[in-house]
Design a protein around this ligand. Structure first.
Ligand SMILES: Nc1ncnc2c1ncn2[C@@H]1O[C@H](COP(=O)(O)OP(=O)(O)OP(=O)(O)O)[C@@H](O)[C@H]1O
Ligand SMILES: [Mg+2]
Length: 247
């Protein structure tokens, strides 16, 4: 398994954000992580990225425990948070070169991949500008290009399409599918159910820190008892039930 999550619990004081979450994401799949606001998606992603310690439970990235072997686990992933913190004073070109060097991307490879990413995200005109002056969407594109540049086996993305214009969203979808086709893993959260429906091999629906459903759209439809149900209909039915009986 590329990503294994086992009985993860996260408490923030009295708030129990994750209540024994278990989940497995396979190499070569695009996996969508869905759930209402406050479900625990960002918390899970931050634990996997080594930015937050779980209260209990464990998680592994390519077999490396995220708390016991954080360096090895972190070396096998890149994480794009919802609002990336970039180095405001650097230009886009400086930032991408810095990331390439940090992840030790060989120079020839770095040059070729950068050219491709800059082209796909239409970033060339912004590379000479200080990051602090860029629009929200352009910063998001830069953060995604930086995450894709090292071509890590595992890509973790928190609501990656927020703020992207349609060509960039399209480019991102193409790049994520290509990453999975080459054997990589994509694990991303989103509220855009049509995006998940079109892009993901499997999805998980989380609420109140617990898994409500996990599988292919076909499997979810089967459990829902309607072979033509949309992901939106399934999501609403599952989470409505949760809202009616809060824990
Ligand atoms: N630093 C924190 N301190 C206290 N509570 C927190 C903290 N971060 C998150 N929480 C709480 O943990 C729960 C899960 O939050 P999380 O951000 O993981 O949800 P999410 O699924 O990413 O939601 P959204 O769709 O709104 O991004 C929520 O109840 C939230 O209020
Ligand atoms: Mg979130």
């Amino acid at each position: 398994m590329a990503i294994t999550i086992e009985r993860l619990v996260k408490r923030y004081g009295a708030v129990e954000a994750l209540r024994g979450l278990s989940l497995e994401v396979r190499a070569g799949e695009v996996f969508g992580f869905l759930g209402p606001n406050g479900a625990g998606k960002t918390t899970t992603l931050r634990i996997l990225a080594g930015l937050l310690r779980p209260t209990a439970g464990r998680a592994w990235i390519d077999g490396h425990d995220v708390t016991r072997e954080p360096r090895l686990a972190r070396a096998a992933l890149t994480f794009v948070p919802e609002t990336p913190h970039l180095f405001e004073g650097l230009t886009g070109a400086e930032f991408l070169a810095f990331i390439g060097d940090l992840y030790r991307v060989p120079p020839a490879c770095q040059h070729q991949r950068l050219a491709e990413l800059v082209d796909q995200f239409e970033l060339s005109q912004y590379l000479g500008q200080a990051i602090g002056r860029l629009s929200h969407g352009t910063r998001q594109k830069l953060a995604l290009a930086a995450a894709l540049l090292p071509a890590p086996p595992n890509l973790l993305l928190d609501e990656p399409t927020v703020g992207l214009d349609p060509p960039a969203a399209y480019a991102l979808k193409t790049l994520l599918r290509r990453h999975a086709a080459a054997g990589g893993t994509v694990f991303f959260s989103t509220h855009i159910l049509e995006l998940a429906e079109g892009l993901c091999d499997r999805v998980a629906i989380l609420d109140h820190g617990q898994l409500l459903a996990c599988g292919t759209l076909g499997e979810l439809r089967c459990s829902h008892g309607d072979p033509t149900a949309s992901l939106e209909a399934i999501f609403l039915a599952l989470t409505r039930h949760e809202r009616a009986a809060p824990r």
